[in-house]
Design a binder for this molecule. Structure first.
Ligand SMILES: [Cu+2]
Length: 281
């Protein structure tokens, strides 16, 4: 009995201790690490508490009626077909509740789709079965595939363990590195079939459709590593194209970006000289 009480007491604590990664016995959705995800979480909690209130009142009234007006006490059902007062009340109250829920939900939804005033743009392209990230205007491109160790384990038929491989099928070779406290616009497309770019901690997912450019934005508040996966069935390796977003403080991000540019520079210089060479000759 005592362990049941302890378990019940521990559940709300576990639910409060949210992190970007899902936790065991997590009950609620994650508040995430962006304003969009916090908005979604707040809208969800508002609706949840409205539902709790409705349930308490409705089931309370039912329980009371069942108990207080039982047949053994000689209760006789009232006979009436219309009651204007009751009909007005049970129409007006739900309408008010719907407006209370719809108003913040709509403002949050509008904010979620407002990509104006973003400081940088990352183009995300889905491929069977990897992601490509282009930092537009920076000449930096990253191809992000599932890490080779996960691939080796899955092909070998070995049984991975949580202790030895905590991020089995969830790690990538090249992470998407972004700065915190920066409004980042994402333009999202695909090269072959429909994929969907989804990182739960960011609070949104967006379809990556060939021939169409969808957009979204995010502003990450806390440095950290946030994981996601392709969320649109896209072929036999759909389950093997994870996403890893590493959010760095702005100075560290700038350092990383310069290092990536330096890595890309010799290649670009070679390409330029190769183009220039025939012209010179
Ligand atoms: Cu996919």
């Amino acid at each position: 009995m005592r362990w049941i009480l302890a378990a019940v007491a521990a559940v709300p604590l576990a639910a409060l201790a949210q992190s970007a990664d899902p936790t065991r016995w997590q009950l609620n959705m994650t508040p995430g690490v962006t304003s969009s995800s916090q908005n979604a979480y707040d809208a969800h909690m508002l609706v949840l508490w409205v539902c709790v209130g409705i349930s308490v009142i409705v089931f309370g009234a039912m329980a009371y009626a069942i108990f207080a007006f039982r047949k053994s006490k000689g209760a006789v059902a009232a006979k009436w077909s219309h009651n204007l007062k009751a009909e007005v009340v049970w129409t007006v109250i739900p309408v008010i509740l719907l407006v209370i829920m719809a108003w913040p939900a709509t403002t949050k939804l509008v904010a979620m789709y407002d990509t104006r005033d973003s400081a940088m743009t990352v183009k995300v392209t889905g491929y069977q079965w990897m992601w490509k990230y282009d930092y537009l205007g920076e000449d930096v491109s990253i191809v992000s595939r599932m890490d080779r160790e996960s691939d080796r384990i899955r092909q070998s038929g070995e049984r991975p363990s949580l202790a030895a491989n905590p991020y089995y099928l969830l790690d990538v070779d090249n992470e998407l590195v972004v700065p915190v406290d920066t409004k980042i616009r994402f333009v999202i497309t695909a090269d072959d079939v429909i994929h969907s770019w989804w990182v739960p901690a960011l609070g949104w997912k967006q379809d990556a459709v060939p021939g169409i450019v969808n957009e979204h934005w995010t502003q990450i508040n806390e440095p950290g590593v946030y994981r996601g996966q392709c969320a649109e069935l896209c072929g036999k390796d759909h389950g093997f194209m994870p996403i890893v977003v590493r959010a760095l403080p702005i100075p560290e991000y700038e350092q990383w970006l310069q290092a990536e540019k330096a890595k890309a520079a010799p290649v670009a210089a070679q390409a330029a000289s190769a183009v220039a060479a025939p012209a010179a000759g």
